[in-house]
Design a protein around this ligand. Structure first.
Ligand code: GLA
Length: 376
């Protein structure tokens, strides 16, 4: 099954926008291997919009020859030679969001073209959709066309959450679907897209079908195509922790060739990634918040296959704050056994706790813990 756990990889859009080419894709594949990203589970290298030529050639999509002098297939072959998978972008309307030719009315021929090139992942956008044709039917057309090629191509539906895609996208053949509009590199965007708009969507996710709150902005620091002031490391740590708890696809959006140490520590945190990739495949849910005189916090919990609960205690306020899990039943543990608590960012065991866990969290930061009942 495709996407048995949330897909992991990189997408060109957040940092590079129009500034993509064959060398960038191949360099990124190289860095996946040398930086340890591949070993940590990141797999798909996805080229977003603006790889296309301005016109179809003989009815087929073609590439921008300045960016891809030898076409797309050799680039896909190179990515495969590194043991990685290759993704591309098109759109359910007549044109892509950046105005290039797209797949409406050409679904079968485009799906076959992608299969011929060795594409493993298709991000499929929603600009210039024909009026009067419903989103689910547009996406089903491409879902069926991809299936008909016989090649396993992960179908990433990008309808921006407009028509509740969590209710129909899996049936249309999607393994993931955007549940919101576009993210940008700011704390406000993380608050809106992550902390606000994912509440209640947990029922729709599971192995093979995932809500997608958009690609990561970790490590962008205000540079690139969706720059919006940028975030600090605590904010990126919170962003990554929430996406791990949400069982969201982990699609890196920064320039991995130039990651600093803090960005590496975040993106390569295997204990956080293990929460995201847990085989149980449950999406974490919003437990509650508390407002301490202007300070604001948010607690999320994700049940794991081994009976533990991963919990994120997020301080969304402006000063350090005491945050707590009050009663194990509040995170879904219904007997009152003592639990081991482990910090998944400092990689320390925090000892045995009886029914509560309280901690101090810095401004915009998170305490991500794994709470494991002790079996007698
Ligand atoms: C839309 C999508 C983005 C990106 C751009 C490309 O805005 O939501 O993620 O793919 O189009 O033009």
């Amino acid at each position: 099954m495709l996407a048995q756990t949330p897909p992991m990889g990189w997408n060109s859009w957040n940092t590079f926008g129009n500034d993509i080419n064959a060398q960038l894709v191949m360099d990124t594949a190289d860095f996946f291997v040398t930086s340890g990203l591949k070993d940590a589970g990141y797999e798909y290298i996805v080229m977003d919009d603006l790889w296309e030529a301005d016109e179809r050639i003989d009815g087929r999509l073609s590439w921008d020859t300045a960016k891809f002098p030898h076409g797309i297939k050799p680039v896909a072959d190179y990515v495969h030679s590194k043991g990685l998978k290759f993704g591309i972008y098109s759109c359910a309307g007549s044109h892509t969001c950046a105005g290039k030719p797209a797949s409406y009315g050409f679904e079968e021929i485009d799906a076959q073209t992608f299969a011929d090139w060795g594409v493993d992942f298709l991000k499929y956008d929603f600009c210039y959709a024909p009026p009067g044709v419903a989103g689910p039917s547009l996406y089903s057309r491409m879902g069926q066309a991809l299936r008909a090629t016989g090649r396993p191509i992960l179908f990433s539906i990008c309808e921006w959450g407009k028509h509740k895609p969590w209710e129909w996208a899996a049936k249309a053949g999607g393994q993931m679907w955007r549940s919101t509009g576009d993210i940008n590199d700011s704390w406000e965007s993380i608050l809106d897209i992550g902390f606000k708009r994912q509440v209640g969507l947990e029922a729709y996710a599971g192995p093979g079908h995932w809500n997608d709150p958009d690609m990561l902005v970790v490590g962008m620091y205000g540079k690139g195509n969706v720059a919006h002031g940028g975030c600090n490391d605590a904010e990126y740590r919170s962003h990554f922790s929430l996406w791990c708890l949400l069982a969201s696809p982990l699609m890196i959006g920064c320039d991995v060739r130039n990651m600093n140490a803090a960005t590496r520590d975040i993106l390569l945190n295997r204990e956080a990634i293990a929460v995201n990739q847990d085989p149980f495949g449950r999406q974490g849910y919003f437990v509650g918040d508390n407002d301490h005189g202007g300070e604001y916090s948010s607690v999320w919990a994700k049940p794991l296959e081994d009976g533990s609960i991963a919990v994120g205690l997020f301080n969304l306020g402006e000063r350090p704050s005491r945050l707590a899990v009050v009663g194990w039943e509040s995170i879904g543990l219904h007997d009152q056994r003592p639990c081991h608590v482990r910090d998944l960012w400092t990689h320390e065991d925090l000892g045995v706790h009886t029914s509560n866990f309280t901690t101090t969290v810095a401004r915009h930061d998170v305490r991500l813990v794994k709470i494991t009942p002790i079996h007698s």
